[in-house]
Design a binder for this molecule. Structure first.
Ligand code: ADP
Ligand code: MG
Length: 167
């Protein structure tokens, strides 16, 4: 997705809600989209794919209904608003340690990957998390009781910085 397209959608989202996009403040970007801060002191995430938008929205709705804004010492953004047409989610800004980015999760069913895929995934995580994979794995497991099977564990999404159990 072009940054300009994402930016237009984020600006439109803000305009419709009488707030402004903090253009200078790109909170982050990942494989799926762009995240900017707003004059509402919130974060707006613009999605490229409908599937990821819908999944992330549903996860935040589940967590919101269960009042889960923190899990195992990780802060989870609160859902503030969303726009189906613009494929934008507005949420609170969090700082580490945090857990976010639910676009690639599975809801209500564990993905049935082969053992080989699973073991490759695990060994990649060990490398990515540099000693903090057991900590990240713990919070991912805790999400399962809400029917959320998280499948994109990486340090940008599960930030262990400042967690009392982090290495
Ligand atoms: N609510 C938020 N508060 C603070 N930083 C955020 C927030 N949402 C996203 N970010 C930052 O933006 C980055 C990209 O967001 P993310 O949701 O992971 O997008 P993608 O699905 O494209 O990977 C994150 O790694 C994080 O650093
Ligand atoms: Mg991400």
């Amino acid at each position: 997705m072009l940054k300009e397209d994402a930016n237009e959608r984020a600006k439109e989202f803000c305009k419709l809600r009488e707030m402004t996009l903090d253009q200078a403040h790109l909170l982050g970007q990942g494989q799926e989209g762009y995240v900017w801060s707003t004059s509402n002191e919130s974060a707006v995430k613009v999605f490229e794919r409908a599937r990821n938008f819908e999944t992330e929205l549903e996860c935040y709705q589940i967590l919101h209904n269960e009042s889960v804004h923190e899990l195992d010492g990780f802060t989870i953004p609160r859902l503030l608003d969303h726009d189906n047409e613009l494929q934008v989610i507005e949420m609170t800004i969090v700082s580490p340690p945090f857990l976010l980015d639910f676009g690639k999760a599975y809801i209500g069913r564990r993905p049935d990957f082969t053992e080989e895929v699973m073991s490759d995934y695990e060994s990649d995580r060990e490398e990515l998390f540099e000693g903090n994979w057991p900590l990240a794995w713990g919070v991912v497991s805790s999400l399962e009781k809400y029917g959320i099977y998280y499948w994109d564990a990486r340090p940008g999404n599960i930030n262990c910085k400042g967690h009392p159990d982090a290495i």
